[in-house]
Design a protein around this ligand. Structure first.
Ligand code: DC
Length: 229
């Protein structure tokens, strides 16, 4: 439960392409909450490392880089919340194939995760927040008022990513994407720190055959039942 004086907190976890960011963003709009995309923070660091030629396998260098990096996530009610990297809007660059290919590596380092988690907890401190990621309900915000774990078949998740990438103008094909997603799932689930895992008290929703609006309505109805209006 939320601490005294703190607003409600909702955690949304699940694998890539399960629909987390879309539904979490819409839910935040409906509740007038802040939407915090924790994956965007790992993506922003991966992008900066690529831009600065930092060795993506070097935990110490990455952790130093993060120490001098400002990552800001914009607030509620935005269709596509902006991500500022050292003050610059990098939203459009965060889903590039280069970042996709590097981000699991960056997110796998304990020193990087420790600092990211510290920042995520600070950002969620006042409540009225929906945060999505992999370890939000299990580790970052274990006391969240409501937790969801979204899944979908690999085929459905790859098809969604294909649609997203093509609409952003990146070249992509379904088979390669399915392979990439399944590789990323394995890395995200098997790592020692902050692995992708469903919290025991998270509500499981399989979004494979569900429209986005239906998922959002279902989540809002759980919210009203369990947290309030
Ligand atoms: O949700 P996403 O695809 O934008 O996440 C990008 C990467 O960051 C993905 O490989 C998993 C990782 N991640 C993580 O390890 N922990 C989080 N809380 C969020 C994302």
């Amino acid at each position: 439960m939320a601490a005294l004086g703190q607003g409600p907190v909702v955690a949304v976890d699940g694998p890539a392409g399960a629909g987390k960011s879309t539904v979490a963003r819409r839910m935040a709009e409906r509740l007038e909450f802040l939407y915090l995309d924790s994956g965007a923070m790992y993506r922003a660091l991966a992008l900066k490392a690529l831009q600065h030629g930092v060795d993506l396998r070097d935990e110490t260098q990455l952790s130093h880089l993060l120490g001098t990096t400002r990552i800001e996530l914009s607030g509620a009610g935005h269709k596509t919340p902006a991500v500022l990297l050292d003050g610059e809007n990098v939203t459009a660059l965060l889903r590039s194939p280069e970042v996709n290919a590097s981000v699991s590596l960056v997110a796998g380092f304990p020193l990087v995760r420790e600092e990211m988690v510290r920042r995520q907890r600070e950002m969620a401190g006042e409540g009225h927040v929906i945060m999505d990621g992999r370890d939000i309900g299990t580790y970052v915000l274990p006391g969240a008022d409501l937790k969801f774990f979204l899944t979908a078949s690999l085929e459905a998740r790859a098809a969604r990513r294909l649609h997203d990438l093509l609409s952003m103008g990146f070249p992509a094909d379904l088979e390669t994407l399915a392979e990439e997603i399944s590789h990323r799932d394995a890395l995200d689930s098997k790592r020692a720190v902050g692995p992708l895992r469903r919290a025991a008290d998270a509500i499981l929703i399989d979004t494979t055959d569900m429209e986005v609006d239906h998922v959002v309505d279902m989540m809002l109805s759980f919210y009203r039942q369990r947290v309030g209006s």
